[in-house]
Design a protein around this ligand. Sequence first.
Ligand code: SAM
Length: 214
Amino acid sequence: MDKILYQIQKDYLERFRKPVDELITEMEEYAKANRIPILGWLSAEFLEHLVMIQQPKRVLEIGTAIGYSTIRIARHLKKKSRVDTIEKSADDIEIAKGFIEKSGVSKKIKLIEGDAMDIMPDLDKKYNFIFIDADKEDYKKLFYYSLMLLKKGGVIFIDNLLWHGFAAAKKVPDSYKASAKYINNFNNLFTSQVTLKTSILPIGDGIGLGVKIG
Ligand SMILES: C[S@@+](CC[C@H](N)C(=O)[O-])C[C@H]1O[C@@H](n2cnc3c(N)ncnc32)[C@H](O)[C@@H]1O
């Protein structure tokens, strides 16, 4: 049984999934074959919907991996809107560049190479939408940097806040204990911000959604 959504519900929802194009299929297969974590399809579709609704001019993504979510965001941006995406893994950067080149939306994507912990303090322009999907132990700092970079009315979208079901589990395997504790602490921090209206949604691996209200 899946630890967040019952398998029967997942299978049911899968029946309504619309077919995706060749590039997205190729990326999903590449990620699976190479064990690269990317957004699940439900989370990716939800992300696309938010981008379609909000029409952000400037998006910041932390954690590009192979560029899967980056491309899905960029495809829904208006002509002059942009997504800046930060990735620190040289291997992933090479793969992401290839896929972005093929995506048809490369002009809307700026791939920033390096550690977001070093890069974010130097970013000077604010963003309408920030998506955090990086190493969990970096979340707290990345979140604080994001709060400074998020415009009023802007949206923050954070993946993995239910952490494979272990954030809420009574019994957590040893290998997940530290990360589950980390995510729990982070969830307290995230939901107690007075400048954000927040929810944690049971979509995919748990999505933290916040809107900057102050
Ligand atoms: C879960 S994957 C991102 C998946 C991608 N958002 C998607 O859904 O297609 C996380 C990525 O974040 C990168 N990463 C983790 N911590 C980072 C940091 N501090 N700065 C930049 N990249 C980071 C990792 O190298 C990894 O490629």
